[in-house]
Design a protein. Structure first.
Length: 363
């Protein structure tokens, strides 16, 4: 009992330091990213009718879904490294050892706090980030149009035309599994188009592959529709670039599961959705991983008396994890490796490495 009291005091001391540093580092990183985003889009800010306020809103919506999933684990690493590293450099860790207290015992609550941060990161990714992405998408499209995800596909309604798209590739301007319904001013169906693939041209022309075109007579419901099936054709349609946002990357975990359930196993889009689903589930655990990597590196400061070399080693470890995860995701999306297992195997491998490094810390 007497021995546990000092341990509890030391644990709370380092834990509070870690939490405060985490909040400060996360705020600083978010601010730096915001400044970089504003500078990168400075030309658009100058030309925008909304001015600087409009640009700030754009950045405020972009950071949660674009950058926050990586900023949170990076802030956790920096906070853990600074909290423990500065204590080691100030001989506080040495004093603990001299008093017969194991550093790992004192630092255990810090690792538990990292696990809590991982859980909160998952919650933020599935609430704030998803809603910010939706708000940014609606803002870019305008008030008279809306792109929504329903029943495993994307729906887009603008004017008298309704579009249904499975997914899109913005780089090639290609839409897959497309259905288009054109209505008259009274909401009656005039024409429908179904195509396995459609390429949106910049000149108002769409190139369709494996398409079925049907024309209807709104004034004669009993009349048979005119039917045409073609391997490839070109039709005149508006350049609806908003459809290129029909990307599974912006979906929540629940929507990714729904998207995956409605597709054929082994399909390219299904594999990508499967990879994204498991990356979304495993990604927040990067905060726990980064803290497990940061603690043993920070304890080395006791010997080196410098934060620089251990910090550089930590940056290399983080870079290696990110690169391996990116390459693993690419291979899984191509069907080379298991879409479900790859993100977890990579995470488990690095977590195992972090656990070994923690175990090797001198008592």
């Amino acid at each position: 009992m007497l021995a546990s009291a000092p341990v509890g005091v030391l644990s709370r001391y380092l834990l509070v330091r870690f939490v405060v540093m985490f909040a400060a580092v996360l705020a600083i990183l978010a601010l730096l990213v915001a400044v970089v985003e504003l500078l990168a889009d400075f030309g658009d800010v100058v030309r925008s009718s909304g001015g600087f306020v409009d640009a700030l809103l754009f950045v405020a919506l972009r950071i949660p879904y674009k950058h926050l999933p990586l900023l949170i684990p990076m802030a956790a690493f920096a906070a853990a490294f600074l909290a423990v590293g500065t204590a080691a450099r100030a001989y506080e860790i040495l004093a603990m050892k001299a008093g017969g207290v194991s550093p790992l015992r004192v630092l255990a609550p810090l690792v538990c706090a990292a696990a809590v941060i991982s859980g909160l990161a998952l919650l933020v990714n599935e609430t704030l980030a998803v809603r910010a992405h939706e708000a940014q998408r609606r803002r870019a499209m305008g008030e008279d149009s809306e792109l929504t995800f329903r029943r495993g596909s994307f729906w887009y309604h603008k004017g008298d035309t309704i579009y249904n798209v499975r997914d899109a590739d913005p780089a090639t301007r290609v839409l897959r599994d497309v259905a288009i319904f054109e209505l008259d001013d009274r909401g009656r169906l005039v024409r429908s188009i179904e195509a396995a693939q459609a390429t949106i041209g910049a000149d108002g022309h769409w190139d369709l592959t494996d398409a079925v075109l049907r024309a209807f007579e709104p004034g004669a419901p009993a009349a048979a529709p005119r039917y045409e099936r073609v391997a490839a054709t070109q039709v005149d349609l508006p350049e609806e670039t908003a459809l290129l946002d029909a990307d599974v990357g912006g979906l929540s975990i629940r929507e990714l599961r729904e998207y995956r359930a409605g597709r054929e196993p082994g399909d390219t889009s299904t594999l990508r959705a499967e990879v994204l689903l498991h990356e979304r589930l495993s990604g927040p655990l990067a905060s726990l991983l980064f803290v497990m990597l940061a603690v043993p590196l920070a304890l080395r400061v006791e010997r080196t008396r410098s934060l620089a070399v251990p910090a550089l080693q930590g940056v290399i470890a983080i870079f290696a994890f990110i690169m391996v995860r990116e390459y693993g995701g690419t291979l899984a999306a191509e069907g080379v490796t298991s879409a479900a297992a790859t993100p977890w195997v990579i995470l488990a491998g690095f977590l195992g490495f972090g656990a070994v490094e923690l175990w090797r810390v001198p008592r």
